[in-house]
Design a protein around this ligand. Structure first.
Ligand code: G3P
Length: 216
């Protein structure tokens, strides 16, 4: 199981990397807008340099097949460890099929069904990102989708890696691990929540109080 950070905030990435458990970063146009970033390329290159052994997803923003293909080729050149994030559409699929044969690694994003994940794997996507939280928000069971995709990939021996995305809380991370999803991409806040437990905090307080009581 690997943990990616779902953010375009450099400070959060630096803080997350210090913990030694983050092996990738995913960004998207909303996360980039949230940080007020205008030079996406330079920020992605900065992130790629922060974790040269990790996988850093940068999303296509061009519209129309020709422009998307062009931008996919450009993003793929930004850094050796960049992964081109592309939506799960027929246009996206065509680009994944074409460029993955040339060695471009894709993260097929906005995945909301097993069929999309199946086609993404057949096209040669390196990663597929089913959105758990957004499915939950719509009244579906997002984790069930992760479970189904993981089972089907295993059954047919697909090498495409599943990134549990749109993670909203620590329980999503636990459940993603239980399904066998290889990766969860989490907001920085959720990463910190994963390590928190009130009994750990009260346990430390008690240990320290007892320790100090005999030091006087
Ligand atoms: O990785 C995709 C993720 O950023 C979407 O999360 O919370 O906007 O549904 P959210």
């Amino acid at each position: 199981m690997r943990i990616f950070l779902d953010t375009a905030n450099i400070e959060e990435i630096k803080k997350g990397l210090k913990l030694g458990v983050v092996s990738g970063v995913t960004t998207n146009p909303t996360l980039v807008a949230k940080e007020g970033i205008s030079d996406y390329k330079s920020v992605v290159q900065q992130i790629c340099a922060l974790l040269p052994e990790g996988d850093v997803s940068a999303e296509i923003t061009a519209e129309g097949p020709a422009e998307m293909l062009k931008q996919a080729r450009e993003i793929a050149k930004w850094a050796p460890n960049v992964v081109v994030k592309i939506p799960a559409t027929a246009e996206g699929l065509e680009i994944i099929s074409k460029l993955s044969k040339e060695g471009v690694r894709f993260n097929m994003t906005l995945c909301f069904s097993v069929n999309q994940a199946l086609l993404g794997a057949l096209a040669g996507a390196a990663f597929v990102s089913p959105f758990v939280g957004r499915l939950d928000d719509a009244g579906h069971d997002g984790m069930m989708l992760i479970n189904d995709i993981v089972s089907i990939y295993k059954e047919y021996g697909f090498e495409t890696q599943v990134i549990a995305a749109s993670i909203r809380h620590p329980l999503h991370c636990t459940q993603a691990a239980q399904t066998g999803a290889g990766i969860a991409t989490v907001p920085y806040k959720v990463l910190m929540q994963m390590m928190q437990h009130p009994l750990t905090d009260s346990g430390i307080a008690r240990f320290m109080a007892d320790w100090k009581s005999v030091q006087k």
